[in-house]
Design a protein around this ligand. Structure first.
Ligand SMILES: [Zn+2]
Ligand SMILES: [Zn+2]
Length: 150
């Protein structure tokens, strides 16, 4: 997607979101947010570079912008244990909107379990250990493709 191809209404909406988060609205941040909005799964830095290849931006700049967006709470960083940060838009709604992730141990696919709320997923743990600040719930197993019996 070229910078000019971002819809003016979308541009305006993200500009307001960035301003209320207290950071400047830059072309890089706009492009990153638009890509994350269209992604169905968390996006790694490498995948983000591929998506934004048309812009010819410096990889370090993109990485810095992803982290800036995390710092102000607009984007969530996920590490499923493979030492690769993946990024996704953080829901602006209540904490309930945060969701666990499922990692396929065979093909490495990550699925957002949008239909499971974090509170639900933690259930009894949260009541017995109310002081725990859980930031990530990760389930591991096999995705439907890998789970098929041979
Ligand atoms: Zn799989
Ligand atoms: Zn997710």
């Amino acid at each position: 997607m070229r910078p000019s191809s971002i819809d003016p209404a979308v541009r305006l909406r993200w500009r307001e979101v960035l301003h209320s988060a207290g950071i400047k609205c830059t072309e890089q941040r706009l492009a990153v947010l638009c890509e994350l909005e269209h992604a169905v799964e968390p996006v790694s830095h490498r995948e983000m570079l591929a998506r934004l290849a048309d812009y010819h931006w410096d990889p370090a700049t993109i990485f810095r912008n992803l982290n800036d967006l995390c710092d102000v709470g607009l984007v969530r960083r996920i590490d499923v244990g493979d030492h690769v940060w993946r990024f996704e838009l953080r829901s602006s709604e209540a904490e309930r909107a945060e969701h666990p992730h499922f990692l396929c141990v065979q093909c490495g696919t990550i699925t957002c379990l949008h239909e499971v709320a974090m509170n639900e997923a933690l259930g009894p743990l949260r009541t017995s250990q109310p002081t725990l600040a859980v930031e990530e719930v990760l389930l591991k197993g096999k995705c439907p493709t890998c789970h098929r019996p041979a």
